[in-house]
Write a protein that binds this ligand. Structure first.
Ligand code: UDX
Length: 444
């Protein structure tokens, strides 16, 4: 069995490491963050992700997974290394390759001392051409070895969704191998054949630049699909009796469209869609092509937030001194991740209008506090959040909010106005005692 190392213990790195360890591979997870290494070695997950805690505990206990601080140790004691370091956005939307370059340099230096074959796999999302034009030369220069012969190289994107990352790793729809040469691709294919055994997903082998673009195209398509249905939602709101949920449900039955990623709402956030759409726009522009459709998808997403705040103002007039209850802070349910969360944008706009904001989220309050500090109040339950509010905006569709009844709102709020930003409540039931507005719902 090949030994695996993972560089970077963020969301993708740790989930990848834990899944390999769970299948019996010896895994070294390399991080420069001492606190993170200590947490992982104590089997404590540094962030919330369903099933991660249990799998991490099992892996550490059985000694299949160990976090190490150095890169060299990780490379020398493994056969394949996944690079999963961050690729943050720069001001112009293009991605910052600082961590990729640094990691490639460190891996290169370690490879100089390495005997035997080694495969380097870039998993971090990078622009087309990066693996071959940036990572490969740095690896070659620092190792003094030749790529494709002395060491092997692939780009292998991940398609993990937060909240179901473990499931997505174990049951992907497909695997993409962007191989520097056939030998490199053969190695990674062999590893995945061993990992998935009889449940091997369809595997596509292509060159690294195509694989790099596939990742951007995948996320940009999904983000555009959501912006599309949000556009339809905004049209629906102008037509009495028309509901975007019905429209989405029916067009989703057309197999060419599919029902997924057709939920209208306050728009997309998270660590991938905004960053990747922005990066593809910047990349495309750098090649001299204006990707108008992606730019529009981005604008529609920004407008959804403005649209919701406008609705609150329509209902309340001035927001000065009004108390707004925000249900849900994380960028989506089942995660404590606040990156590019719509809640932050909405709250900032409300604060700018001098509203007071009270928020509740089952998991994300500690992370939200780091961004919003004490500019808003936090509560320990949804009902407490609703108390004396002039308006409630449902921002993230956590399961527990689906249990709320109209009375929870009408009996606790000062003014029972509800903005259902993710369409989780039954409009008929909630319209009886409440001034209910759901995204994409034309008033009867
Ligand atoms: C996404 C991709 O799905 C995944 O393949 C990639 O590897 C990383 O980015 P993630 O960001 O975890 O995953 O969440 P996802 O479930 O895709 O949702 C992204 C955003 O879109 C969320 O803010 C969510 O609320 C929003 N969304 C999703 C909608 O508004 N409507 C939908 O129908 C689906």
């Amino acid at each position: 069995m090949y030994r695996v190392s993972v560089i970077g213990t963020g969301f993708v790195g740790l989930c990848t490491a834990v899944c390999f360890a769970d299948r019996g591979y010896m895994v070294l997870a390399s991080t420069k963050n001492k606190d993170k290494a200590r947490l992982v070695n104590k089997a404590i997950s540094p962030f919330y992700e369903p099933s991660l805690k249990e799998m991490l505990q099992k892996a550490v206990k059985k000694e299949y997974l160990k976090a190490v601080l150095g890169r060299e140790e990780a490379i020398l004691h493994s056969d394949v290394t996944f690079i999963t370091v961050g690729t943050p956005s720069k001001r112009d939307g293009s991605i910052d390759l600082r961590f990729i370059r640094q990691t490639a340099k460190e891996i290169g230096k370690a490879l100089r001392k390495k005997k035997g074959k080694h495969l380097v796999v870039v998993k971090s999302t990078v622009g087309p051409g990066t693996t071959e034009n940036v990572v490969k030369p740095i690896l070659e220069k620092n190792s003094g070895k030749k790529c494709g012969e002395d060491f092997l190289l692939c780009f292998n994107p991940e398609f993990l969704r937060e909240g179901s990352a473990i499931h997505d790793t174990l049951h992907p729809d497909f695997i993409v191998i962007g191989e520097y040469n056939k030998k490199s691709g053969d190695f990674l294919e062999e590893l995945y054949r061993d990992f998935y055994k009889d449940a091997l997903p369809p595997m596509v082998r292509t060159n690294p630049a195509t694989a790099e673009l596939i990742k951007y195209a995948n996320n940009s398509f999904l983000a555009t699909k959501i912006s599309f249905i949000n556009t339809i939602a905004n049209i629906c709101e102008k037509i009495p009796g028309v509901d975007v949920k019905t429209v989405a449900e029916v067009i989703g039955k057309d197999r060419r469209i599919s029902p997924y990623f057709l939920r209208a709402g306050l728009g997309w956030g998270g660590s991938c869609f905004p960053k990747d759409v922005k990066a593809l726009i910047a990349f495309s522009k750098s090649l001299g092509y204006e990707p108008a459709m992606l730019e529009t998808a981005w604008e529609v997403n920004e407008d959804q937030v403005k649209h919701a705040v406008e609705r609150v103002k329509e209902k309340l007039g001035t927001l000065k001194g009004k108390k707004i209850a925000i249900l849900g802070l994380s960028f989506k349910p089942d995660t404590d991740d606040m990156r590019e969360a719509r809640s932050v944008k909405i709250i900032k706009k409300l604060l700018k209008e001098s509203a007071t904001v009270t928020a509740y989220d089952p998991k994300a309050i500690p992370n939200a506090r780091r961004i919003l500090g004490d500019k808003i109040k936090y509560t320990t339950s949804a009902v407490k959040c609703l108390r004396d509010a002039d308006c409630c905006i449902l921002v993230t569709e956590w399961e527990e909010f689906k249990e709320l009844k109209p009375e929870d709102m009408s009996e606790n709020m000062r003014r029972p106005i509800l903005i259902d930003g993710r369409r989780i409540f039954n409009p008929k039931k909630f319209s009886v005692a409440l001034d209910y507005w759901g995204i994409g719902l034309g008033k009867p």
